[in-house]
Design a protein around this ligand. Structure first.
Ligand code: NAD
Ligand code: SAH
Length: 418
């Protein structure tokens, strides 16, 4: 079998960790059990570009149980868990092309390798597969039924492709499912970002000033959890509604140029470029710890910082110390890449259970609707979204009320006044 992982002898450790995550993925388990019987993905080749984690491993196993030929490459050079990659290859016969810390050339070499498998379905996290396929491997497009996208920025990229009229097949925006972004982006990013910062630095959050750039779904989660750990949280925004919401949620709101003067920690979660830029470093408090949990390595302008410093050294795993001419020190975590997936393990399995249930059901939906969908970005159909929520509640042992017939009629009527 064709694969490229760091060390195949790590497989046993990876297998145990995959099993540990599986315990907390009951929704995906139920889908896997159904897929095993029905084989809805029989004959389908899926090339996936996702974070190679224990949770992704369980998704890959589910897709394979559904009859698909699955190939996995990494969606981030720093998020690959090498033991999981080894276990997928050795224990589950799933080809993986991913090595933790791989350079840009290897990252793209691996991406081209999974495209060479001629996918019928692409699964992206950030949009690199579909973007590369459309720009460099158009010959493969006739094989593709459709794609799925895991995250906010990938969806933004594909909507831009749709708007420019260049998108050649349908894409399901898994991120836009309620059972994805309301939980994964908020509670997942909230917890795992704090986890990544703490594992990298072992610093006390209580009593610190903690700046969150962006008050979208991820930002709300990070701000909420930092506050819960006793930090004084400042939010920066460009959207007046989000800024107002942050203020009414009890956070201080100000421009980044003011926030950097007070910040002990800064986390970017905007999906935008250069949110922390040269002029921010010039005004930054000595000792500030800067990290990103948003998109790729673009949110912090590290290139600008590198041109400003007299010394750079790695002081701990995932912590680079930059010394400026005036002696101030600035710390960048995980090379400005997603701190939650590089310095920690990403979101816990309980939230990825819903995100990846949406991925599996979306793949099945693409196959069932082959030829009937246009080259557009589609939301996960509501019935799938509600099904995931229902299954999750069931597995949590939570029951809810049902509308009575009278209530249904009342909600559908317009005649009744006070
Ligand atoms: P979102 O659109 O809900 O929120 C982004 C927010 O950033 C918006 O409110 C926007 O106004 C704000 N923003 C944009 N530019 C800004 C700037 N210059 N300064 C301050 N604020 C700015 O998106 P989201 O779902 O919260 O996702 C944010 C990013 O995180 C995306 O890139 C997404 O792909 C990524 N993401 C990461 C994880 C993770 O595991 N680390 C999980 C989910 C999403
Ligand atoms: N690929 C881009 C964008 C990542 S956005 C990059 O690396 O910069 C982060 C996405 O990672 C989220 O949408 C989330 O669903 C996913 N993620 C978070 N924790 C994960 C985990 N434990 N396993 C797999 N994916 C995870």
């Amino acid at each position: 079998m064709d694969f490229d992982v760091k060390d195949i002898s790590l497989a046993e450790k990876g297998k145990l960790r995959i099993e540990w995550a599986e315990k907390d993925m009951p929704v995906l388990r139920q889908i896997r059990e159904r897929f095993e019987k029905e084989k809805p993905l029989k004959g389908i080749t899926i090339s996936a570009c996702l974070h190679v984690t224990t949770e992704t491993a369980n998704l890959m196993i589910t897709l394979k149980a559904g009859g698909a030929d699955v190939y996995l490459t990494a969606s981030n050079p720093l998020s690959t868990q090498d033991d999981v990659a080894a276990a997928l290859v050795k224990e589950f016969n799933i080809p993986v092309f991913a090595i933790h810390g791989e350079d840009r050339d290897t990252y793209y070499k691996h991406l081209y390798t999974v495209l060479d498998k001629k996918p019928n379905i692409t699964m992206d996290d950030g949009g690199d597969l579909i973007s590369t396929l459309h720009q460099e491997r158009q010959d493969l497009i006739p094989n593709v039924i459709g794609g799925t996208e895991e995250t906010t920025t990938g969806v933004i990229r594909f909507k831009a492709m749709e708007k420019d009229g260049v998108l050649k097949f349908p894409v399901i925006a898994v991120n836009d499912a309620y059972t994805k972004h309301l939980f994964d982006n908020r509670y997942g990013t909230g917890q795992s970002t704090i986890d990544g910062i703490l594992r990298a630095t072992n610093r006390l959050l209580a009593g610190s000033t903690f700046v969150v750039a962006g008050y979208g779904w991820c930002g709300k989660g990070v701000a909420m959890r930092a506050k819960g750990m006793g930090a004084d949280v400042i939010v920066t925004e460009v959207d007046p509604l989000k800024a107002l919401e942050a203020r009414m949620d009890g956070f201080r709101v100000m421009p980044m140029i003011e926030a950097v003067k007070q910040a002990d920690f800064i986390v970017t979660v905007t999906g935008n470029i250069n949110v922390v830029d040269k002029h921010h470093f010039e005004n930054m408090k000595d000792g500030c710890i800067v990290s990103n949990s948003g998109h790729f390595d673009v949110e912090i302008n590290i290139k600008a910082l590198e041109e400003m410093v007299v010394n750079k050294r790695k002081i701990r795993d995932y912590v680079d110390e930059y010394t400026l001419e005036d002696g101030r020190k600035i710390y960048i975590l995980a090379e400005g890449r997603l701190v939650n997936l590089a310095a920690a393990e990403g979101h816990p399995a309980q939230v990825m259970d819903m995100s990846f249930a949406n991925q599996a059901l979306s793949a099945e939906y693409l196959v069932k609707n082959k030829g009937n969908l246009e080259p557009k970005v589609y939301k996960v159909p509501d019935e799938l979204d509600f099904e995931v929520a229902r299954l999750k509640l069931n597995t949590m042992g939570i029951k809810i009320d049902e509308l009575t017939q009278q209530q249904k009629e009342y909600l559908a009527s317009w005649q009744h006044g006070t």
